[in-house]
Structure formats: C-alpha cells, structure tokens
Design a protein around this ligand. Structure first.
Ligand code: COA
Length: 436
C-alpha cells in the first residue's frame, strides 16, 4: 500500500479518534502552539463515557471544556508542567496539579513515572508529503518521545502548520490514526515593551558581545531586549523557544549563526510560539533547526556553545540569590520550563553567562521583587549556588562568587530606591547580614 492509501486508511473523524481513549488511561498532548485544537475541544463530549483520565499537558493555549468545566471532576485530571492563564484559575478547583521538572527531562521523567506507559498521544502535524512524511511543525519538546512511547498515536493534520526542518519528520506508518482540522494557528501576541523593560533591555544588551549565542525565555523582558541588539554582529540562537524577536534580529542581519560552535549556521530550538510572522519564518527555513527538548535543553549540550548567554525572567529574587520564577508565594504561576537547564548550560559555556532580568517592583510599584527572603511557599527555580547575573532597571548585580553580605549589597543597590532602606534593615534584623 502506498503512503497516500495508508493515510486515507488511517483517516477518521475527530469523534472517532477521541473514542479510542478508554477510562483509567493516560493521555499525552503536544504542547503550546502544536496542541491539537479539534481533539481537545472534543474531549469533554466524551465525559459520560470516560472516568479517571489523566491528561498530561504543558502550557495549554486554548480554552477547553475538559479543563475549565467543573463537571469534569472525576473524568479528567490535568497534570501540567507549565501553567498558562487558564490553569492558574482552574488550579483552585483541585482538578489540576503542577509537575515539577526540567524541560530536558520532561518526557523521560513522565515515562519513568508511568512505567513507560502513555496510553494515547494526541499531537499535530502537517499533511504528508508524497513519500508519507509529515512534519511535527511547531513542537518538538516532548512530542517525538511520546509518539514512540504511546500505545495509540493520533495526529491532527492541519495544512496551516509550517513545515519545519531538523528532527521533525514522522512517517504515516508510525501513526495509528489521523484526523483533519485546518484551523488557524494558536498565537502568542507580542506585547510592546514598557519604558522599564526597555531600560532592562539596555542593561542586558551591554553584556552581549558580537558572536554570542543567545537563549531568550518567555515573558516581556526577554522580548524587550531585541531592539537593542539590532547592530550586533554574528549573533547565534540556541534556545528552547523560537520567538518573534528572533525573526527581527535575523532580518536586521544581527543573527547569522556563523560564529556558533554547535549547529554552525543554524538557529536551534525545540518549539516555536509567537505570531504568524514567526510561523511563516520557520516554514521550510534551512537556517532553523528543530531538535527534541532533551537535546536542545541538555545543559551539557548548551554549554558547548561559545559565549552562550541565557536570558530569562523571574517573579522574586532574595539576597541569597535564590530565584523564584514560577509561583507567587504558595500560588503556582507558571513552571520551571527550561529556565534552570538554560541557565546552567550558559554557565558551563566558555565566556557564557546566565542572566535573570526582572522589574524591581510588581503590583504597580507596591511591592519589591528583590526581597530579603523569598515569600513563604515560593518555589525555588534557580538555587543560590547556581545564580549568576541579576538585572533590574537600576542596573546589574554580578553575584557569582560573592558572599551573602556582598550579594545583599549588590541586590539592594539595584532594588527600587523606595525599598532599599527597608530591605537593608530587614536583612540586618533577620541576622542574614548583622551589619553592613
Ligand atoms: N509578587 C507578587 N506578584 C508578582 C511578583 C511578585 N514578586 N512579580 C510579578 N508579579 C505579578 C505581576 O504583577 C503580574 O500580575 P498581573 O498578571 O496581575 O499583572 C504577574 O505576576 C506576571 O508578572 P510579569 O512580570 O508580567 O510576568 P511575565 O509575563 O513577564 O512572565 C515569568 C514572567 C517569570 C512568570 C515567566 O517568565 C516564567 O514563567 N518564567 C519561568 C520559565 C522560564 O523562564 N522558562 C524558560 C523560557 S521558555
């Protein structure tokens, strides 16, 4: 049977596809912009039939009833290793819980946790080429590993998905069923940087030399830096997430990838999340290489890049240099994702640097994000042992190798002026630094 015939034989309706899932099974789902919108929208229609389904997700983008409807209790339980805005709201219903992990271990961790068992996998792919190969398109973090692991693999084919290159190809013979759903792609809009974010972007840029390889994380600040880098030469990209800002840097000529020590000439990443501009850019682009998350985010792989600079953001940093990027006190907010992977990888690199940049205040200036000690319940994303460089709109604190007294001094000097005295007094009162 040729590959076109095989495709036709495997093509079923979305409802039939969800019908393959049975009670008490676990369901793995492709993440972020590669999530299968049709299959996920259909899940809640099978509520009566399905009990105790464990759904494993990361950064869900759409709003789906199986997550949001409280009547799904007992039918679907969401295990999630990166919360988005919907998950934050749903957490309080008790049907969703966070999986602590590092991105490069995401699929393997889960496979261990389930004794190598993912019953069903729902993903997305482009339509097949003449030989029956499809591209997994925008997501390669965990998707290929789950395709190998799952008993039943179902892909939602969307002709709007870009054909991406690298390790993205899957053959129709490796898939059990396909459904078709040619919907517009999920986008993450670019929010223009604020004045404060621009100041931070300027400080970050001052640390980036020509020929550096960059990782840019998720959030407003990593995005704010790109306008400051337009005149740099021979920058490279080794990241987990491809972003719109990277397209601008490439188009300005700042990114050439020519000085990269690894995948020379190519931008490397595991998934793309942004606007249609980004999705058009990665389409059939020979200079954009998608590799699986366990490859892109292995700190030892990242560390092989020369002048590797990771740029991520956080919610709170204390004077020990502990970084919390994923919770606000006890309230879980997002996830570690690849922050620790990339931060550690950058420090293994020759002339590398791990940057955490954040606004000095939150809640319209009411609270300081730099604090004597992390809030009760705050989850530590980067430990004090791992910390390197912290940046706010008031400057740069190079913490590596400093004792706690000097870390406290450096962080107080880049805290918002309204909070500096108070922070100093509290640090002394707690005996962290008896006197300065
Ligand atoms: N205390 C209380 N609330 C705080 C706070 C603090 N110290 N710091 C920020 N907040 C609030 C903000 O006011 C904002 O609230 P709002 O939504 O009601 O306005 C909210 O938290 C989000 O803050 P913001 O700084 O706008 O978030 P962001 O979109 O820039 O994302 C992270 C920042 C840290 C949440 C995000 O980068 C993340 O999840 N990082 C971890 C994972 C990662 O970096 N992975 C690697 C790259 S993919």
């Amino acid at each position: 049977m040729n590959s076109q015939e095989l495709y036709k034989q495997k093509l079923i309706s979305i409802s039939e596809a969800v019908g393959k899932l049975q009670s008490h099974q676990s369901l793995g789902i492709a993440m972020a912009a590669s999530e299968p919108q049709g299959l996920l929208s259909e899940l809640s229609n099978h509520r009566e039939r399905l009990e105790d389904i464990s759904v494993w997700v990361s950064l869900p983008m759409g709003t789906y009833e199986f997550i949001t409807n409280e009547n799904m209790d007992g039918h679907f339980f969401i295990e999630n290793w990166f919360y988005g805005s919907v998950d934050r709201k749903m957490h309080s219903q008790g049907r969703e819980s966070y999986i602590p992990n590092n991105l490069h271990q995401a699929a393997t961790r889960k496979l261990y946790a389930t004794q190598g068992k993912v019953n069903v996998f729902f993903g997305t792919a482009t339509p097949p080429d003449a030989r029956g190969y499809m591209s997994l398109s925008l997501g390669l973090v965990i998707e290929k590993q789950l395709i190998k692991a799952a008993d039943i693999v179902i892909l939602e084919i969307n002709e709007n998905l870009p054909w991406t290159l690298g390790d993205t190809q899957v053959h129709i013979s490796e898939v059990d069923f396909v459904v078709e759903n040619h919907v517009p792609l999920l986008e993450l809009p670019v929010v223009p940087p604020t004045d404060v974010e621009e100041k931070i972007g300027g400080y970050i840029a001052s640390l980036i030399e020509d020929g550096s390889t960059l990782q840019l994380g998720i959030g407003g600040i990593p995005n704010a830096i790109t306008p400051f880098l337009m005149d740099r030469k021979d920058l490279g990209i080794h990241t987990e997430m491809f972003t719109d800002g990277m397209v601008d840097l490439y188009n300005s000529g700042a990114i050439t990838n020519r000085k990269k020590t690894l995948w020379n000439g190519k931008m490397v990443g595991a998934f793309a999340l942004g606007t249609q501009k980004l999705y058009d850019f990665v389409n059939n682009n020979l200079c954009v290489e998608f590799q699986q998350g366990f490859v892109t985010n292995d700190p030892y792989v990242i560390g092989k890049n020369h002048r590797m600079i990771s740029i991520n953001t956080a919610l709170q940093v204390d004077v020990f240099g502990q970084v919390c990027s994923q919770s606000i006190g006890h309230r879980h907010f997002s996830g570690t994702g690849g922050q620790l992977d990339t931060h550690r990888g950058a420090q293994l690199s020759e002339h590398g640097r791990g940057i955490i940049a954040l606004r000095s205040t939150a809640k319209k200036g009411e609270i300081s994000t730099l604090v004597p000690t992390l809030s009760s319940g705050a989850e530590v994303t980067i430990t004090s042992q791992d910390i390197d460089t912290i940046i706010t709109e008031y400057g740069i604190a190079d913490l590596k190798g400093l004792c706690i007294r000097d870390r406290a001094k450096a962080l107080i000097s880049i805290a918002h002026p309204d909070f500096r005295e108070q922070m100093k007094e509290e640090v002394m009162r707690l005996g962290i630094v008896p006197h300065f």
